[in-house]
Ligand binder design. Structure first.
Ligand SMILES: Nc1ccn([C@@H]2O[C@H](COP(=O)(O)OP(=O)(O)OP(=O)(O)O)[C@@H](O)[C@H]2O)c(=O)n1
Ligand SMILES: C[C@](O)(CO)[C@H](O)COP(=O)(O)O
Length: 248
């Protein structure tokens, strides 16, 4: 294959099909408002803010693809980026797989980014892409932990749980998204390492099971996941601070 015909585009797959049970009753989490705009639109803009990302695939709630397409059409998004919408599945792993299936052949680098991390800064996105382009098959942004972590023997809800061990905190990282991959490696992981039940909690973990190397680059405090109601309070505050700073 000549250099010119080699696949080279970078695409972002955004799983957005979750219900957001931990956030409480309401619309699917990705469609809930943050600063008056659906969380999903923030996440899409965060990916499209990278000049390297030329395609964004949004994985919508299973029965919500037309609504998501409509949302993308009615919000201002960069013209240089293409957008696709596909319906998602019952687990995050299934939703990511459905997004990967929609990628055109010329995509060589794939980011997988939670719609639930709407405020990731573009520098973090670019750092992940650069590490993949430099040759790492799988890259995760991550931060050191503030809390000490215990491994426990899970018990009944509300019952004391015996502690099994205390991992050395300095060796632990809390991982975020976007996670970046060489496309072939990620496809192979989803084909060979698909896990049943709840599936894998992140894509890099599936690549690890293949035996392929995964590296960590610095994450960002503002790339946190909106999971519980307090996270939404923090996200609103971060957004308000950004908007105030942009005003000056
Ligand atoms: N079947 C699913 C489940 C999750 N996700 C996506 O995976 C990301 C991370 O998941 P999480 O924050 O756990 O979202 P939910 O599954 O919606 O949350 P909950 O477990 O509280 O219902 C989210 O962007 C979510 O939309 C998905 O695309 N398809
Ligand atoms: C992919 C992820 O955001 C990395 O921290 C996380 O594992 C998603 O987990 P969830 O079970 O979907 O909340």
């Amino acid at each position: 294959m000549s250099d010119q015909s080699r696949p080279c585009r970078t695409a972002a797959v955004i799983p957005a099909a979750g219900r957001g049970v931990r956030l409480g009753p309401g619309a699917p989490k990705a469609l809930r408002a943050l600063g008056g705009t659906p969380m999903l639109i923030h996440a899409v803009r965060a990916m499209a803010a990278s000049r390297h990302v030329s395609l964004v695939v949004v994985v919508a709630p299973p029965d919500g693809a037309p609504e998501v397409r409509h949302l993308l059409d009615e919000h201002a998004l960069p013209e240089r980026t293409d957008f696709l919408v596909v319906p998602g599945g019952g687990t995050r792993q299934e939703s990511v797989r459905l997004g990967l299936d929609a990628l055109p052949e010329d995509v060589a680098v794939v980011l997988v980014h939670d719609a639930a991390r709407p405020l990731v800064p573009v520098d973090t996105v670019d750092a992940v892409i650069e590490a993949v382009r430099d040759g790492a098959p799988a890259v995760v942004p991550a931060l050191p932990l503030a809390d000490t972590v215990k491994e426990v023997e899970p018990g009944a809800p509300g019952e004391p749980e015996p502690v099994l061990s205390t991992p050395v905190r300095a060796r632990l990282r809390a991982v975020q998204t976007p996670q970046g991959f060489d496309r072939d490696t990620l496809m192979r992981a989803h084909e060979e390492v698909a896990l049943s039940g709840e599936g894998a909690t992140d894509d890099a973990g599936m690549v690890e099971r293949l035996g392929a190397p995964v590296v960590v680059v610095p994450g960002h405090e503002e790339a946190f996941k909106v999971t519980r109601p307090l996270d939404l309070v923090l996200a609103e505050a971060v957004l308000a601070r950004r908007r105030a700073n942009d005003g000056f």
